[in-house]
Design a protein. Structure first.
Length: 334
């Protein structure tokens, strides 16, 4: 299997244990997503991601994030690069796509459909680099009364944050502006309770895919109408990617992968993993599986990713990779 949606948030990681976790889940390749923050350019995982791809070039598909020192007075530097220039450089290095968190409420500084990102999105299209962009969050995060028990305090949004409707409209406008750009909307675009609208979206935008990386609320949404979910997954079996959102050791891939596979391959009713701190406790349990045929599951867990990202990661240019690590070190000092 290929895990389309993973992170590496820690420098001091036991890499033997890290890969054993994926192996135990049946995962042999990963999409490694680098987080960045337009409000704080020092929040950027690109250097860590580049080193991981260099160490495991046959297993890591790297999706870097935007580096914002050019827009940050604290870190603006002669080595700073505009976003379209970054895409040119990282494409030459040999990355496999791009990651944006900038559609999440606390990371939305500029409209995705506005002029700030236009040249950047054009560059991704030219280099045929798919964009995986987090847009919104579960609707219950905008209501203190419905915020899940496991949710972190910073995941509660009020009128200081853009609404889910606004974020979705912005993203869909961006998608319409760039119809040749492959766009992956993770966490099912937080539409598991809105499958009719999700179907309309995929029918209208053939360049868009969803991924199955938890939020666990997604699976409760599917479970609320098992038959409709089964029909959706069958109809759009070519447009869904497998992912765990594995980020830190406390949230390993194996229990999440087991949950997703049990949902896809059985008709069982079951709880999400009780050991995962962002899945339990939750009063909406149980999850109800949709028991898909093996050929459909094979597409979701590997083939759809291969169709859009390739069977193997892109080859690295070691000299350019090292030059980029040096550039980031000059800007941020580490």
């Amino acid at each position: 299997m290929i895990d389309n949606h993973t992170h590496l948030f820690e420098d001091a990681v036991d890499l033997v244990q890290y890969w054993e976790d994926f192996a135990n889940a049946g995962i042999d390749k990963i999409g490694l997503l680098c987080v960045s923050n337009p409000f704080d350019s020092a929040v950027n995982d690109n250097a860590r991601g580049l080193r991981m791809k260099r160490s495991f070039p046959d297993r890591v598909f790297l999706l870097p994030g935007c580096e914002y020192s050019f827009d940050d007075q604290r870190f603006r530097h002669q080595q700073s690069m505009y976003l379209s220039q970054q895409v040119d450089r990282y494409a030459a290095i040999g990355v496999d796509g791009w990651k944006c968190l900038e559609g999440k409420p606390g990371y939305h500084k500029y409209d995705l459909s506005g002029p700030f990102y236009s040249d950047f999105l054009d560059a991704l299209t030219v280099h045929q680099l798919p964009l995986l962009i987090h847009v919104g969050d579960p609707i219950e995060f905008w209501n203190a009364d419905t915020l899940p028990k496991w949710a972190f305090a910073e995941w509660y949004y009020d009128d200081r944050h853009p609404s889910l409707e606004y974020l979705r409209k912005d993203a869909l406008t961006m998608i319409e502006q760039h119809p040749d750009l492959i766009v992956v909307l993770p966490h099912f675009f937080f539409m598991s309770y809105e499958l009719d609208s999700a179907a309309d979206l995929l029918a209208k935008h053939p360049n868009v895919l969803f991924d199955l990386a938890p939020g666990v609320e997604m699976f409760f949404g599917f479970s609320s109408d098992r038959e409709q979910a089964q029909a959706f997954f069958t109809t759009y079996q070519d447009r869904i990617l497998f992912g765990t959102d594995r980020g830190v050791a406390e949230m390993p891939a194996e229990p999440r992968a087991s949950m997703i596979m049990r949902f896809l391959t059985t008709a069982d009713s079951f709880d999400p993993p009780h050991s995962d701190v962002v899945m339990w406790p939750d009063d909406r349990a149980p999850i109800r599986g949709i028991d898909l045929p093996s050929p459909v599951v094979d597409k979701i867990t590997a083939q759809n990713f291969v169709d859009h990202f390739g069977a193997v990661p892109r080859a690295l240019d070691e000299d350019l990779l090292q030059a980029e690590l040096n550039r980031l070190r000059e800007i941020y000092g580490s």
